[in-house]
Design a protein around this ligand. Structure first.
Ligand code: NAI
Ligand code: OAA
Length: 356
């Protein structure tokens, strides 16, 4: 039997996708699939990952492709996104994946996006602090945030690039300058500190980490990472030695990985896991789910500092409620004073980078 002309057209379409004669053909095919999904399937969000070809970006892209709340996934980087996108697009999950390569495609990558996740930038090598990354990453974050202000000013932004204690204030200043700043929509990702704290505390208590919840407040570098062990769930007590051990291990978790990788970068796989856990919480909030609460580094009035990490309630507008720290013990109060001192300097450094 001769194939019908409809079947011929379908084969031609598929072959055009596999061997696109030009970008236009590829794009129209991909747009058609997005439209089909928009007609047929349940609701989903349009998400962009900036720095998608990196050590965090690749596993993060893969895990976001598996998230049922994502309908369209834009992968942007200055290198290698066509390959990462081709690879991930073969996964038989719902999200449509599209590649954007280089600065010229940044605006297309951001157009209509509802959640932007940013793991772009250089990672640490042994002997470096996160602040040593400032000189390179500050400029990268500024450029990307200028794009967000122009193309998707209402998007929720999850900022991973280090030093988070300075890059979040940089992003805020860029958005203020552009007149688009909404403090609820800018979130520094500190989820990996919580993920580590849950794991290490569970080890000490002899529990499954999934049963443990440790609030981690302050910021995302050294002494600014402040685990509140007095508020661990399920309620637990720790000896002074356990408290010292756990606090130090949680504060130095990033350095532990940097040293173990011995020059090959910093945490990527656990970070991708943590980033997806946090992005999923943001999407559930956007979706209208109730009671979504996670720790994040946000514009805050919890202390006298303009930014601080604490528990926030995520909703349709981002961080809709920021929770106070709750009762602290003496050990935590001393830790808080140290954290605030270092945080104040890192925040100021970020602000001055844009205001100078
Ligand atoms: N917030 C957190 O808890 C954590 C943050 N990080 C930070 O995340 C960042 C990325 O780490 P990795 O993925 O390991 O680094 P990586 O070097 O493997 O990947 C970074 C990616 O960013 C891309 N990139 C560079 N400039 C760009 C630009 N202007 N626009 C778009 N993309 C650009 C690179 O091409 C590369 O693909 C680092 O700053 C690291 O310190 C890492 C772990 C945890
Ligand atoms: O330590 C680093 O440089 C990367 C990071 O932020 C972490 O693993 O927490």
């Amino acid at each position: 039997m001769q194939p019908t002309s409809e079947a011929n057209q379908r084969i031609a379409r598929i072959s055009a996708h596999l061997h696109p004669p030009n970008f236009q053909m590829e794009e129209s095919f991909s747009l058609r699939r997005e439209n089909c999904r928009a007609k047929g399937a349940g609701p989903g969000f349009k998400v962009a990952i900036l720095g998608a070809a990196g050590g965090i970006g690749q596993p993060l892209s893969m895990l976001m492709k598996m998230n049922p709340l994502v309908s369209v996934l834009h992968l942007y980087d200055v290198v290698n996104t066509p390959g990462v996108t081709a690879d991930i697009s073969h996964m038989d999950t719902g999200a449509v994946v599209r590649s954007f390569l280089g600065q010229k495609q940044l605006e297309d990558a951001l157009s209509g996006v509802e959640l932007v996740i940013i793991p772009a930038g250089v990672p640490r090598k042994p002997g470096m602090t996160r602040d040593d990354l400032f000189n390179i990453n500050a400029g990268i974050v500024r450029t990307l945030c200028e794009g967000i202000a122009k193309c998707c000013p209402r998007a929720i932004v999850n900022l991973i690039s280090n030093p988070v204690n300075s890059t979040v204030p940089i992003a805020a200043e860029v958005f203020k300058k552009a007149g688009t700043y909404d403090p609820k929509r800018l979130l520094g990702v500190t989820m990996l500190d919580v993920v580590r704290a849950n794991t290490f505390v569970a080890e000490v208590l002899g529990l499954d980490p999934r049963q443990v919840d440790v609030p981690v407040v302050g910021g995302h570098a050294g002494v600014t990472i402040l685990p509140l062990l007095s508020q661990v769930k399920p309620p637990s007590t720790f000896t002074p030695q356990e408290t010292d051990y756990l606090t130090a291990r949680i504060q130095n978790g990033g350095t532990e990985v940097v040293e173990a990788k011995a020059g090959a970068g910093s945490a990527t796989l656990s970070m991708a896991y943590a980033a997806v856990k946090f992005a999923d919480a943001c999407l559930r909030g956007l979706n209208g789910d109730q009671g979504v609460i996670e720790c994040a580094f946000v514009d805050s009035q919890v202390t006298e500092l303009p930014f601080f990490a604490s528990k926030v309630r995520l909703g349709r507008n981002g961080a809709e409620e920021i929770f106070p720290l709750g009762p602290l013990n003496e050990y935590e109060r001393a830790g808080l004073e140290k954290a605030k001192k270092e945080l104040a300097e890192s925040i100021q450094k970020g602000v001055s980078f844009i205001k100078k």
